[in-house]
Design a protein around this ligand. Structure first.
Ligand SMILES: NC(=O)N[C@@H](O)C(=O)O
Ligand code: NI
Length: 168
């Protein structure tokens, strides 16, 4: 079983999968009479139909036992999905490029420093939220609308991956 190398989350490395939502090192302009920096449009919400809505939710996520044997990935073909940590804790991101099924050989893992969020683009395969705390909270911005917007794919035993946050 392949152990995923956990990479630092950077805009460039994550670009094939979506956007990194962060202020560190990013452009901004001043608003509110100079008292506020606006880090403008770090990501956009992708939807599919005119009547679709972008909605905002909070996920209170339980951390899964680690190391984790990764048995499945999911995707949202009709819209993007963004996660922003609310409590400043690092969390893990596991993604694979869009395609009819996820290619486990192309799966990649990243670690957010707790001040970074991600916006999965439409159709990008990803693991459900991977908190590293016993419980953690995330602001989630994604698409609400008609149709089935969550495809799950379960790996066979030969395709499964190992995710170990304590990897050397
Ligand atoms: N199902 C759901 O809303 N959450 C997942 O999409 C996820 O990525 O955590
Ligand atoms: Ni999802």
């Amino acid at each position: 079983m392949r152990t995923l190398k956990i990479e630092p989350l950077t805009q460039a490395a994550f670009a094939p999968f979506g956007d990194v939502i962060e202020s560190q090192g990013r452009d901004f302009f001043l608003i509110n009479n100079g008292s506020t920096r606006r880090y403008h449009q770090l990501a956009s919400v992708q939807t599919s139909a005119p009547e679709d809505q972008a909605i905002i939710s909070i996920f209170v996520a339980q951390g899964l036992p680690m190391p984790l044997t990764v048995c499945m990935l999911e995707r949202h073909p009709l819209g993007s999905q963004a996660f922003m940590p609310l409590l400043g804790h690092p969390f893990l991101i596991l993604v694979a490029p869009p395609g009819d099924t996820p290619d486990p050989q192309q799966a990649r893992a990243f670690r957010s420093d707790g001040r970074q969020g991600v916006n999965y683009h439409r159709g990008v395969w990803h693991h459900p939220i991977l908190a590293l705390q016993a419980q953690d909270e995330f602001l989630v911005v994604d698409r609400r609308g008609a149709g089935d917007n969550c495809d799950e794919y379960f790996f066979d035993e030969t395709q499964r991956l190992l995710l170990d946050p304590n990897q050397a």
